[in-house]
Design a protein around this ligand. Sequence first.
Ligand code: G3P
Length: 226
Amino acid sequence: MEFLLDTANIDEIKKYKEIVPLAGVTSNPSIIKKEGKIDFFSHMRQIREVIGRHRTLHVQVTAGDATGMIHDAETIREKVDSDVFIKVPVSEEGLKAINILKSKGVNVTATAIYTKFQAYLAIAAGADYIAPYYNRMENLNIDSKQVITEIAAAISRNNSQSKIVAASFKNVAQVNTAFEAGAQAVTISADILDQAFAMPSIEKAMADFTTDWESVYGTGQTINQL
Ligand code: G3P
């Protein structure tokens, strides 16, 4: 079970790296846009420094054709590092690029997946991670849970090493469902984690425990002070 952060914000990564058992960080050009006109490669290197080599870093190509994507991948690997998972949207050109990148042993995350068929092709091409877009599929009236269930079944039937990293979430329920449908990993924004811990019941339970404890041992007394 892997939790990744879908952000390029260094403060969010630093914060949540201490809270969740963080498996990695993903981004795409729309996520990068939120950070303004950053020095892209130095920013990505900084993220790597924060998360370390033992966590996965997924960086997306921006070219629209296979040759350009391969070029982007080479540049990313040269200017960030060779462990980076190169995110490639599964279009016709993207799939062509994925085949080439995998034949060269490059780590690949196949992204922008809206259909089972895209996923099956990416699995057959040997992509390491397959990223179905949960909320975007729902918006198109596609059954996201069913899609993930089928992709997971295909991975297992074929003894494939590909992992599903479900993406595009708007709430915690979608994340739970993605895992339950067979996703090995999810990539989520900090908002989703904020939502998860924003339940007033959690705060209330903690406040009640403190009140009960202090009513016996005195205000401000902790276990350490006994
Ligand atoms: O990782 C893909 C994801 O960032 C897309 O999410 O919120 O733009 O649908 P969203």
